[in-house]
Write a protein that binds this ligand. Structure first.
Ligand code: DGJ
Length: 740
């Protein structure tokens, strides 16, 4: 059992393969955090906690006169409360019936169960059978009657611990939750760097590392979605940590809405991390007997650097978050018409693209925005989910059958959470749009938000989208969301409950997605939000792949995919080859480079293939064959970042088969040098004693150039010298195959 409770010491120790986590109930009945880090035994580590004169920090009333060494303001706590003597950032803030903002929790009991807890209505990491155990620790606030159940899911082999919190009002009066975080983690010692991933539309998840110093540092979103701007994922690591060494903690939030990740270094040089729903747009009235469930947070620890953290997350997201038929099935190579045609298409034009694509080995044709309602630009039509048969020149069924008749699958685009003012749906239901009475709502891409917090809106969308999906042979849906939510207000909620709207919106989104997945289990859903504006572990529970960015420039993608790879696996990252000059940057790169970069994702094309030359088409055919041949290695292998796009001249990454039988190294010169300095990388994840045959896969032609045979140990210790650049943005792939 991965969870050890020791009655004499009142300690709970959670053990994973390489880490241990401990909390302890102290003599005051407080649940203190004692340790999280490299694997230890179950010894009581509370001797690490420092008690000194804490008179100026404040002491609990029952102790103040006799023991000024005990202060909630300096003790490491498992779940901290606002308003009762801990002045640091806190996990729980409530407003009681008398208006006071105070909570104070003491231990009341625990339960240990086999298997992993679930969270109704919310995405959560799940147990495939025998992989996890659950610890539930119950705390109570005797003054207001709140019961707080801290849930821990321990995935021992995966080195993962999940956390969520249930808050139950056992009192008689309403309590308003103003902040209910999913995770609180206190370290008594250590200095940390915070690594987070910031961005903007078309440039998401840029790597940023900053030293935590005294005070509060935070990242978050108040945009209704997890956002382009900060990803709900972060790493805390000791200074000096890199890809392969150093102690690193990773934290991901399994939630697609507003979030806040705060860290505070306090007066004693201790560090606290709090992660949960962003409190700015949140307040939740909990009536007597009601339960509030927080979303889930996931943590991992690795003393093998950032790479260890990333691979732990890749594995848990692929095996225990992504679900359904498409979790393990080979995903189709697709072509999407967005950058090929934008809104300017009809059924014949799409069918002609599909025809050429099918001949080259593409397996799925995706019809993007513009097929429904009155939608020839982005100013109208959202909400009118009825095929525009005049524009298509046929019914959706007929178009779908034309595509499937080519031996391809057929997919379509939706943006269900948005509505255009110029739409029949808006004219019929203006109250369904999110806006505050008496204030003109903010427009973004000239559209409004549909109020997904309302059950009637959710029901309507489930019914309408189901009708479309049932009417044609659709095997793929791209689920887009192209703006942030502002003017948060729901006409279906009373004034005192408007603070619930943002979270109810996300619950509504999850309900609609879940219903559609249940009804259409064979459909592959791809998430999207103006590119990668909602790329999070919550969405991966419903959509096993997500469009990574509207930026398809191969060189900018190096950075975007690099940042994304810190948390998310290759199998989740939508990546396409698009036309040059690139539509976002104007940059020209070779077809080979564009394909090498897109192969670090789900792989597809997004251009008008009819405009390609015969030579380009031959190259596309070869790329698709190569991707299919290397699919297992690319999509299911272990992923290693060997050289960063933020330094040097060449970005290099590697996929290694789990059984170590092969590895694929991809290198892209992002900046060519005169009189170039050689680029060396050390491979990882190979079998030390085995020999590997190395071949250079020509980036634009079939065939391979043999590079020799080298032992796994030599490749991992000595490394390999990447061949010199053949020009700016030059890409190459090297295959290492084990000789058995
Ligand atoms: C934003 C997406 O990221 C694009 O791929 C495309 O689907 C457009 N929306 C369509 O409006």
């Amino acid at each position: 059992m991965s969870i050890v409770y020791r009655e004499t010491e009142k300690t709970f120790t959670l053990h994973t393969r390489n880490s241990s986590y401990q909390m302890k109930v102290d003599e005051q009945g407080r649940l203190l955090h004692t340790y999280y880090g490299s694997k230890s035994d179950s010894s009581d580590l509370s001797y690490l906690i420092a008690y000194g004169d804490r008179g100026f920090s404040g002491n609990p009333h029952e102790l103040g006169r006799v023991n000024r060494r005990y202060s909630l303001d300096t003790l490491p706590q498992e779940y901290s409360c606002f308003g009762t003597g801990d002045y640091r950032v806190s996990a729980l803030r409530v407003q009681n019936a008398d208006g006071s903002q105070a909570a104070s929790l003491v231990y009341s009991g625990f339960a240990i169960e086999e298997g992993k807890y679930g969270l109704p209505g919310l995405p959560a990491v799940y147990d495939n059978g025998g992989e996890a155990d659950t610890l539930r620790v119950t705390l109570v606030d005797q003054a207001n009657g709140l019961q707080v159940d801290l849930l821990y899911g321990v995935f021992e082999a995966a080195d993962i611990i999940t956390r969520a919190v249930l808050i139950t009002n056992q009192g008689a009066a309403d309590v308003v939750l103003q902040k209910a975080a999913s995770l609180n983690l206190d370290w008594q010692a250590g200095q940390f760097d915070l690594i987070s991933f910031h961005g903007r539309h078309a440039m998401e998840r840029n790597f940023q590392k900053s030293r935590l110093s005294h005070g509060v540092a935070s990242i978050g979103s108040v945009r209704g979605a997890s956002s382009h701007h900060h990803n709900p994922f972060a790493i805390l690591c000791e200074p000096g940590t890199g890809e392969t060494r150093g102690s690193s903690y990773g934290f991901a939030f399994v939630y697609s809405g507003e979030f806040l990740l705060e860290s505070e270094k306090d007066q004693m040089d201790q560090t606290r991390l709090v992660l949960g729903i962003h409190p700015d747009n949140f307040s939740w009235t909990l009536a007597a007997g009601e339960i509030f469930t927080t979303p889930e947070a996931v943590m991992t620890f690795s003393d093998g650097g950032w790479g260890g953290v990333s691979r732990n997350f890749h594995a848990i997201l692929r095996h225990n978050v992504c679900r359904g038929e498409w979790k393990d099935k080979r995903r189709p190579v697709l072509i999407n018409n967005w950058e090929g045609t934008y809104f300017d298409f009809d059924g014949d034009k799409l069918a002609a693209i599909a025809q050429d694509a099918a001949e080259l080995g593409v397996e799925l044709f995706v019809m993007d925005d513009g097929w429904f309602g009155k939608r020839d630009d982005d100013n109208s039509g959202l909400g009118d989910w009825y095929p525009n048969e005049t524009k298509l020149g046929c019914t959706l069924k007929e178009l779908g059958e034309k595509i499937t008749g080519l031996g391809m699958q057929f997919g379509i685009w939706f943006e269900p959470e948005c509505i255009s003012e110029d739409s029949d749906l808006y004219r019929a239901h203006p109250d369904w749009a999110v806006q505050i009475p008496g204030r003109p709502p903010v427009l973004s891409r000239n559209q409004l938000i549909l109020d997904f917090s309302r059950a009637d809106v959710q029901d309507y969308l489930i019914e309408r989208l189901s009708a479309v999906l049932a009417s044609a042979p659709v095997s793929y849906v791209k689920w887009d969301f192209n703006r942030s939510i502002s003017d948060k207000f729901s006409q279906a909620l009373p004034a005192g409950r408007q603070g619930e709207m943002a979270h109810r919106f996300v619950l509504g989104l999850y309900r609609v997605l879940e219903s559609l997945l249940q009804k259409f289990p064979h459909i592959l859903f791809e998430g999207c939000s103006g590119g990668g504006g909602r790329f999070d572990a919550g969405m991966l529970y419903y959509t096993p792949q997500i469009w990574t960015s509207d930026n398809t420039d191969a060189i900018e993608r190096l950075q975007i995919q690099y940042g994304t790879s810190f948390a998310y696996p290759v199998s989740a990252m939508g990546a396409h080859v698009s036309a040059v000059p690139n539509h976002q940057t104007g940059r020209v790169t070779s077809l080979a480079t564009r394909a090498a970069v897109a192969m670090a994702g789900t792989f597809g094309y997004e251009l008008d293939i009819n405009l390609m030359t015969a030579a380009e088409k031959r190259e596309v055919r070869m790329q698709i064959e190569r991707f299919k041949e290397l699919y297992e290695l690319i999509q299911r292998g272990n992923y290693y970042r060997l050289a960063s796009p933020l330094e040097g001249s060449c970005t290099v990454w590697q996929m290694a088969a789990v059984d170590r039988s092969a590895a694929l190294v991809t290198a892209v010169y992002h900046h060519v040098e005169a009189n170039p300095r050689p680029v060396y990388v050390k491979l990882q994840g190979l079998e030390a004693e085995a020999d590997y045959k190395l071949s250079l896969l020509s980036s634009s032609e079939e065939g391979r150039e043999e590079l020799g045979t080298v032992s796994g140990l030599a490749l991992m210790r000595g490394g390999w010298r990447i061949p010199e650049a053949g020009g700016d943005y030059w890409a190459l792939q090297i295959l290492a195959e084990r000789l058995d």
